[in-house]
Design a protein around this ligand. Structure first.
Ligand SMILES: Nc1ncnc2c1ncn2[C@@H]1O[C@H](COP(=O)(O)OP(=O)(O)OP(=O)(O)O)[C@@H](O)[C@H]1O
Ligand SMILES: [Mg+2]
Length: 203
């Protein structure tokens, strides 16, 4: 689990978009689970994203008319999985993120923190190898931010997924295994948290 920090405009979200294969890089390669994506057609990229990449952005982008459990099921259904299997996996993941009692609530009936938990559970539906997380706590207060980052740490370990988390909250950096800094579109090599020089430019 790597934290990605750096000033506004330094390219953090752009890097995640490239890593997610939503944007093709002008140079360099994106390798996901051993697959070099450079040679893949758009359709193949869509399939690879669906199978291997979980994307969690600041705004959960839930569908207003669907319940929490349906938000999770719809993606699974699009992957061609039977609905019954989708429902039981979705229920299990909602339980994991602490929302078992809210499975039948729609987004307007959930708090911001709960919506972000649905978002995290949804990203795990496809058993991704990579979780790309862009400022998951920017819309949350401190206590809820801490519990969301704690949850991301836990699912990273439990699901053995590689997680990259963009964050402005340097307080949460020590919960991750490494931190990389972006500046002017460039990236430093990840180092262990605490090893950054004090002027490390996290903000
Ligand atoms: N689709 C795009 N086309 C061209 N330029 C873009 C595009 N998206 C972002 N940029 C530019 O790339 C630079 C990096 O933007 P990016 O959103 O990646 O920064 P960031 O580090 O995520 O900033 P913030 O902390 O404010 O979210 C900015 O100068 C931005 O204007
Ligand atoms: Mg950004």
């Amino acid at each position: 689990m790597v934290s990605l920090v750096g000033p506004s405009g330094s390219g953090k979200s752009s890097l995640l978009a490239v890593a997610a294969t939503l944007v093709r890089p002008t140079s360099g390669d994106v390798i996901v689970d051993g697959i070099n994506t450079a040679g893949l057609k758009d359709r193949e990229l869509t399939a690879l994203r669906r199978e291997k990449v979980g994307i969690i952005f600041q705004q959960p982008n839930l569908l207003a008319s669907l319940t929490a459990v349906e938000q999770l099921m719809i993606g699974h259904h699009l992957r061609g999985k039977p609905l019954r299997a989708a429902r039981s996996r979705a229920a299990g993941l909602l339980d994991l993120v602490g929302l078992a009692a809210s499975a039948d609530k729609r987004p307007h009936q959930l708090s911001g923190g709960q919506r972000q938990r649905v978002n995290i559970a949804r990203a795990l539906m496809g058993s991704p190898k990579v979780l790309l997380v862009d400022e998951p706590t920017a819309a949350l207060d401190h206590a809820r931010s801490a519990s969301i980052v704690g949850l991301l740490r836990r699912v990273t370990d439990e699901f053995q997924v590689a997680t990259v988390m963009v964050t402005h909250d340097t307080e949460f950096v020590p919960l991750t295994d490494a931190v990389a800094v972006m500046r002017d579109g460039g990236l430093t090599a990840p180092v262990v948290p605490g090893a950054l020089p004090s002027a490390g430019g996290a903000e």
